[in-house]
Design a binder for this molecule. Structure first.
Ligand SMILES: Nc1ncnc2c1ncn2[C@@H]1O[C@H](COP(=O)(O)OP(=O)(O)OP(=O)(O)O)[C@@H](O)[C@H]1O
Length: 388
């Protein structure tokens, strides 16, 4: 799609220049030994409950900028890192974000989940200040994005990872990261960050010679190099191999533990389920559901294959009297939905009811509902299947 800004370097690295030799070495593996390099020196704090004020940022390597703690004489930190109300954005006559509300709690990971073209990137680009909304308000770290001077005041406090990386192509990977780090007052250790993301062996490689996955990880490193309080990540692990994806997820969890607020877009339900404290599902420019992954997926299913010669409706009849379940027949299978996690008691109640009715079953499987199921229920369509 046309990105408007595509091809331009990341705003933070536009002034990077440099010549670098061609890279011809092996593709580096992730360095498991680097796992602890960026961890906070002290015990990792547990994320605060939803709605709690922003956690106090500590002094570990990934912790937030140094400075006086909030308290008497300083403004209280906002409970929401991002608050979007009534956002609207059109490209020509086509409105792709429609009256969208979105709140991202401080110190939490908020995932904006939706299929291709849902409006995720447009929404975050409006929040990042890269696109001007047609309507609505965007409040970032308590500041109105549209207010005079807000962009300058937020530059040091907000990190951005664009979907296309937005990196300059000529300089070496390490030089790009070092340059960005040097623009900040309290940057992370860039060597440790490169190691953590499996990029040490390519730090001397020009960006243009990096693989797509390496560029993506470098873009993530650039986004977090200045210890931002809030970081926007557009599809941070799309297209990464499983090992790199896990390294990225670990880094994001560590950032959260250090108090960083994270807003990420994704079309990967596994990413949202694995990482997010709060998921905002959007489709066709609108929020269609939101909540914790558990709230959105809500429960489990026992799927019963009727024995040969038994009608699914008979099986349904035997099961629908069970308390606290909903029973449906689809594609010849009987689906028993149970609120919450499925325990042994609920499973044995299903099988006992089948035996009592003299029916038995050709097969019984347990299926935990996923965000994919939720999206399917809400829209009748699937999220993109690739990259799962
Ligand atoms: N600069 C642009 N000009 C015109 N149309 C655009 C532009 N950028 C995006 N669009 C269109 O707006 C709609 C929303 O795009 P957007 O990139 O925000 O969705 P998305 O949910 O991020 O999708 P993806 O997962 O593919 O990145 C799409 O139909 C897209 O083609």
């Amino acid at each position: 799609m046309d990105r408007g800004k595509q091809g331009e370097p990341h705003p933070a690295v536009r002034s990077v220049t440099g010549r670098a030799p061609a890279y011809s070495g092996p593709v580096p593996a992730l360095d498991p030994a680097a796992g602890d390099v960026l961890r906070p020196a002290q015990d990792t704090p547990t994320p605060a409950p939803a709605g709690a004020p922003a956690p106090v940022r500590t002094s570990g390597p990934l912790a937030g900028p140094s400075g006086p703690p909030a308290g008497v004489g300083s403004p209280a930190p906002p409970a929401a890192a991002l608050r979007v109300r009534g956002l609207r954005k059109a490209y020509g006559p086509r409105e792709v974000v429609r009256d969208l509300d979105l709140t991202a709690a401080a110190g939490r990971i908020t995932a904006v989940l939706g299929p291709n073209g849902a409006g995720k990137t447009t929404t975050v680009e409006c929040c990042e200040g890269l696109r001007r909304p047609d309507g609505g308000t965007v409040e970032v770290l308590g500041l109105d994005r549209a207010a005079p001077g807000a962009a300058a005041r937020l530059r040091e406090r907000v990190g951005v990872m664009l979907q296309d990386g937005g990196l300059p192509m000529a300089p070496r990977a390490g030089a790009v990261l070092d340059h960005v780090a040097a623009l900040h007052t309290d940057p992370v250790d860039t060597g440790g960050l490169l190691a953590r993301l499996g990029l040490t062996d390519v730090r001397g490689t020009p960006v243009r010679r990096l693989s797509g996955g390496q560029r993506q990880r470098l873009a993530l490193a650039v986004a977090v190099a200045g210890r931002p309080e809030l970081v926007f990540l557009d599809e941070p692990s799309a297209g990464l191999d499983p090992q790199s994806r896990l390294a990225v997820w670990d880094l994001l969890r560590e950032l959260r533990a250090a108090g960083t607020s994270i807003v990420l877009t994704t079309h990967l339900m596994t990413e949202a389920e694995e990482l997010a404290d709060h998921v905002v599902v959007i489709d066709d420019g609108r929020v269609i559901a939101e909540g914790t992954p558990a709230e959105l997926t809500g429960g489990s299913q026992v799927v019963v294959s009727p024995p040969p010669g038994t009608a699914p409706e008979d099986v349904r009849g035997a099961l629908e009297a069970l308390p606290g379940v909903e029973v449906a027949v689809a594609a010849g299978l009987v689906r028993v939905s149970v609120a919450g996690p499925l325990d042994a008691g609920a499973l044995s109640a299903v099988t006992a009811a089948l035996v009592a009715a003299g029916l038995g079953a050709a097969g019984v499987t347990v299926h935990r509902r996923t965000l994919e199921d939720t999206f399917l229920d809400l829209t009748g369509r699937r999220l993109r299947e690739e990259d799962r």
